[in-house]
Design a binder for this molecule. Structure first.
Ligand code: PMP
Length: 367
């Protein structure tokens, strides 16, 4: 840290992304990336891309992709905002809708579950927003009743991360309805892995903001494309922030490739089906080994062993060339978040876990 940083950011702790190590070859099950390459149509679009055009700025409004996304979700282009990853949607929303107030005694202007995507809390720190968290139950589920009439903006990922547990759409609707004077942001980063989206509800509720991403189900984490869908009033607010903060927010290669991805929805739907199969397979195998595995509607599972510390499992897997995500935080220290990869990767994981459990078993005298 330099001596020039302002007081506001001196103690601010930055978001910690999943580690990317290159000291050996790892199976990366720690950042919920897709194990599958982008569609052949995307790869072809990259080959066909006119590199000479790179000298021009990209379309600041992402008009063509915006239109295409609107077509897919049966909404108008004015209901869509395209961003550089869905983290940017969250960033703009935290800026646009949460009054800044750093005093501890301030009423929270935004609420979210205590066990959830850590980035929300980071954004509160970044933008000086007062927040409060609502505890999930002992089984890690969100009780929708706890989010009724909060008197604050609400953020809920559906399905939640890192638990993987989803809320029924009818419960999401109740939450939106009971917080009509505030924005309800439903983060649907993992929606494509087998859950029902709240997108159709934007026609009924002008306080509903949905974020989605290309990073997971469309194998596009490196391309950085996300989008928001909402009533056109909310989208206009976010667009104003985007155009002021980062006017050419999405680069021209990503825009072209993201359009090509939308031309091959069957390819990605098939990948999502495979992920669901591999998820079921992995969950069953882990449970047979004695793990407690939360029910997941995402491309990861959240699992803990009754006897072995979460941090130890993480370390032991790393020694065996497998990266998973461990969060050293209250309530979830015992768990690891494990991304679902190919069947072969999952078999390697299961083998490694069996090995770790064997080593940890108390040895009898005869052994
Ligand atoms: N929301 C949730 C719940 C996530 O886990 C992530 C991935 N870290 C994101 C949003 C952001 O993803 P991206 O910026 O790659 O679209």
């Amino acid at each position: 840290m330099s001596r020039y940083i302002t007081d506001r950011y001196k103690d601010f702790k930055a978001y910690e992304a999943g580690e990317q190590l290159d000291d050996r070859e790892y199976i990366r099950l720690n950042t919920n990336e897709s194990p599958f390459p982008p569609s052949p149509k995307v790869i072809q679009a990259l080959k066909d891309f006119d590199a000479g055009g790179m000298r021009f700025y990209p379309d600041p409004f992402c008009t063509s992709l915006r239109r295409k996304i609107a077509g897919k979700y049966d909404v108008s282009p004015e209901n869509v905002l395209v961003t550089n990853g869905s983290d940017d949607v969250l960033d703009y929303a935290f800026m646009a809708f949460n009054p800044i107030g750093t005093a501890k005694e301030d009423r929270p202007t935004v609420v979210f579950p205590d066990i959830t995507y850590n980035f929300y809390e980071i954004l509160c720190g970044l933008h000086g927003v007062s927040f409060s968290t609502i505890p999930v139950g002992g089984d890690m589920t969100i009780d929708p009743e706890d989010f009724m009439d909060t008197g604050a903006n609400v953020v809920i990922p559906n399905p939640n991360a890192p638990t993987g547990i989803a809320l029924q759409l009818s419960d999401i609707e109740k939450i939106i309805r009971s917080n009509r004077d505030h924005v309800v942001l439903i983060d649907e980063a993992y929606i494509d892995f087998g859950w029902e989206s709240a997108v159709p509800l934007i026609k009924k509720y002008d306080n509903l903001l949905i974020s989605q991403t290309y990073s997971k189900s469309r194998s596009f984490a490196g391309g950085r494309v996300g989008f928001a869908i909402a009533d056109k009033g909310l989208i206009a607010d976010l667009l104003k922030i985007q155009q002021s903060e980062s006017p050419y927010n999405v680069n021209s290669i990503s825009l072209a490739l993201a359009e090509a991805a939308l031309d091959d929805e069957e390819y990605y739907a098939a990948n999502c089906r495979t992920i669901r199969e591999n998820r079921r397979y992995t969950r069953n195998a882990l449970m047979e080994m004695g793990f407690r595995v939360l029910p997941s509607s995402t491309n990861f599972v959240f699992a803990r062993h009754p006897d072995i510390r979460g941090a130890d499992i993480y370390e032991e897997l790393k020694k065996r060339g497998i990266l998973v995500r461990h969060f050293d935080r209250d309530r979830i220290r015992a768990y690891n978040r494990i991304s679902i990869g190919t069947k072969e990767q999952m078999d390697r994981l299961i083998e490694a876990l069996a090995d770790i459990i064997k080593e940890y078993e108390p040895k009898t005298e005869n052994e």
